[in-house]
Design a protein around this ligand. Structure first.
Ligand SMILES: CC(C)(COP(=O)(O)OP(=O)(O)OC[C@H]1O[C@@H](n2cnc3c(N)ncnc32)[C@H](O)[C@@H]1OP(=O)(O)O)[C@@H](O)C(=O)NCCC(=O)NCCS
Length: 157
């Protein structure tokens, strides 16, 4: 088993519906978080918490009663953080092709029992695609710095 990725497949249910008759965005975010959590924990072989979810892009709606596929892939690891790219796809039961509906990158941190960050195994990209994705993760880290600066004005503790 390759522990740098994981994929879930299931059918979207009537209880997943939003007011417009499609799958609720919050439900999609929950699937993303669960799949990415499984991927991060599998990589770290340790408990992980979400430290950042950025730029969730909903490209297409997901119908109720469709097959949903959620792919999570480690694309970068820092000292204690694991960066996971997540893609969500769906297809109607009688269709052959999956359509990409959602994408985002989530960052997890491996923690000890007290919630303190602990080091993780380094992810070494092998394929050209993985090297490209690692560059993407590094670019997002840079972009996030300016987003964090902007957001910090609105964080009140
Ligand atoms: C995650 C948490 C343990 C990190 O603690 P911290 O004191 O901020 O830790 P550090 O500053 O040492 O950063 C730890 C890692 O998080 C990364 N990190 C911190 N802020 C980040 C951000 N805004 N975006 C991306 N990564 C971030 C750091 O880069 C570092 O990664 P590295 O070790 O690979 O370089 C702490 O913020 C926390 O407990 N947050 C709440 C988690 C939570 O409840 N999640 C939701 C439910 S799972």
């Amino acid at each position: 088993m390759n522990k740098d990725h994981i994929s879930f497949q299931f059918i979207s249910e009537p209880t997943d519906v939003n007011f417009g008759g499609k799958v609720h965005g919050g439900q999609v975010m929950k699937w993303i978080d669960q799949t990415a959590y499984a991927c991060a924990t599998g990589w770290a072989q340790n408990y992980c918490v979400t430290v950042y979810v950025g730029g969730i892009r909903f490209y297409k709606p997901i119908s109720i009663g469709a097959i949903v596929k959620v792919d999570a892939q480690v694309i970068y690891s820092g000292t204690t953080s694991i960066h996971i790219s997540v893609d969500v796809f769906s297809r109607k039961l009688r269709d052959e092709e999956f359509i990409k509906t959602t994408h985002c990158v989530i960052v997890f941190v491996s923690t000890d029992k007290e919630g303190n960050p602990v080091p993780v195994e380094k992810f070494i990209p092998q394929s050209a695609h993985q090297i490209d994705m690692e560059k993407y993760a590094l670019r997002l880290i840079e972009l996030r710095k300016s987003i964090e600066d902007e957001m910090s004005r609105f964080v009140h503790s």
